[in-house]
Design a protein around this ligand. Structure first.
Ligand code: AMP
Length: 396
């Protein structure tokens, strides 16, 4: 397969799918530039080789209609600051304006196409729309991991029009390398930390991880479905009663496969879902009626941290508690610190999923983690063992 480093972009026009789905304030300023910064290495390499770049992305959910509030135009201005070169803009991602500007693009120049999702054909993976995009360039680069699980025109279908010139940008290659280090050749022991609100959204992830991990830590709201399935009393904690059998099956599978599965033994409980609620600490399987577990307790923090620190490879998805509220943040923060410490002592750590990434950023620990993934849904599907269409389309 061609790679960014092996491919010579000299004299080539590269159509690059990036993720510029960034938050904008009322004055259309980009308020978080993690995603825009992340595309810079790929764009700069193409320009340095003497190629030109045609960037395409979606922004928000315009539902197939033109919505001026969701124009990518303000992002073009922002990119100029990051790239240090002018960024031209087309008022539509296909059609005459795009064709003319793409045709006139010279080596070293950058063009950004208007929001792909102004056309319903984008999300439908429409053939004619994909073909129209493909005629703008002669190389296709996919660098949008966050949408790689969608079989959309720009993320998947367009790739087939570049049979000899399609490759992943640096961002996707980095994601795939890191996920590969965890799922395909992990240094053992491999420990997965899975948290968040609901077990229902992570069943397939857990099932797939049980085939790979030595230890699995379950925290967050989803732990209470497991504790209840074991016969515990969980009070008013978040429970998915229709998944008690699923939880039992996961517990049984862990035992069959010899995976050490850790559940909370104590919890920070509250008498309301509020930062100002009255709180207490109690056994996680003996929570009084009317009280709910909103964070892991001190004994659990100790046990989970010990498990994390024996691992050589760590995967973390989902917070340990309602970390958005300061009263229930300690569990997530301490586990983040344990992951950072283990990394310092030589473990490889991968953190992914919107909330876990927000948590490590909030605690200022992102640069102490080996790899922080950018794709929430895409990463979960990868962890479920699924083939992502956007990845398959480039590899085919
Ligand atoms: P997810 O998107 O499934 O990873 O869930 C993340 C959300 O789970 C965060 O907003 C947390 O506040 C929430 N969460 C974590 N622990 C709990 C808990 N014990 N009870 C209720 N919500 C929780």
């Amino acid at each position: 397969m061609q790679t960014m480093d092996s491919f010579d972009f000299k004299g080539r026009k590269a159509l690059v799918r990036v993720d510029l789905n960034v938050p904008l304030d009322a004055q259309f300023n980009v308020t978080d530039d993690n995603r825009t910064k992340a595309i810079v290495p790929t764009v700069k390499k193409i320009l340095k080789d003497g190629g030109s770049v045609i960037l395409m992305s979606h922004l928000g959910r315009p539902k197939g209609k033109v919505d001026p509030e969701l124009s990518l135009k303000p992002v073009a201005k922002h990119l100029e600051g990051l790239l240090g070169v002018p960024v031209q803009f087309t008022t539509d991602c296909i059609g005459e304006d795009a064709q003319a500007k793409a045709a006139a693009l010279k080596p070293g120049e950058v063009l950004l196409l208007e929001n792909l999702r102004f056309h319903p054909e984008e999300e439908k993976g429409d053939e004619a729309f994909s073909k129209a995009l493909s005629t703008l360039a002669d190389v296709y680069v996919n660098d949008a991991f966050g949408t790689a699980h969608r079989a959309h025109a720009s993320t998947t279908v367009v790739a087939k029009y570049f049979p000899d010139a399609k490759l992943f940008g640096y961002l996707i290659s980095g994601e795939l390398d890191s996920l590969g280090k965890v799922l395909h050749q992990p240094e053992k022991p491999l420990c997965a930390i899975v948290g968040g609100a609901k077990v229902s959204s992570k069943i397939e992830v857990l099932q797939n991880l049980l085939d790979k991990c030595d230890e699995v830590i379950i925290g967050g709201g989803m732990a209470f479905t497991f504790l209840k399935a074991q016969g515990g009393k969980v009070g008013a904690s978040l429970v998915e009663d229709d998944h008690l059998e699923t939880a039992k099956a996961i517990l049984a599978a862990a035992q069959d496969k010899g995976v050490m599965l850790h559940l909370p033994t104590d919890a920070v409980v509250a008498d309301a879902f509020a930062d100002t609620a009255n709180t207490d600490i109690c056994p996680a399987n003996a929570i009084p009626d009317g009280w709910m577990g909103l964070d892991i307790g001190p004994e659990t923090i100790k046990n989970f941290s010990t498990a994390v620190k024996r691992a050589k490879t760590i995967l973390w998805n989902g917070p340990m508690g309602v970390f958005e509220m300061p009263s229930f943040r300690k569990g997530t923060r301490t586990i983040a610190e344990a992951v950072a410490d283990a990394t310092e002592y030589g473990a490889f750590s991968l953190v992914g999923g919107g909330d876990s990434v927000a948590a490590v950023n909030q605690f200022g620990l992102a640069d102490k983690i080996s790899y922080v993934s950018t794709g929430g849904g895409a990463m979960l599907e990868y962890l479920e063992g699924k083939v992502l269409p956007g990845i398959a389309a480039v590899k085919e």
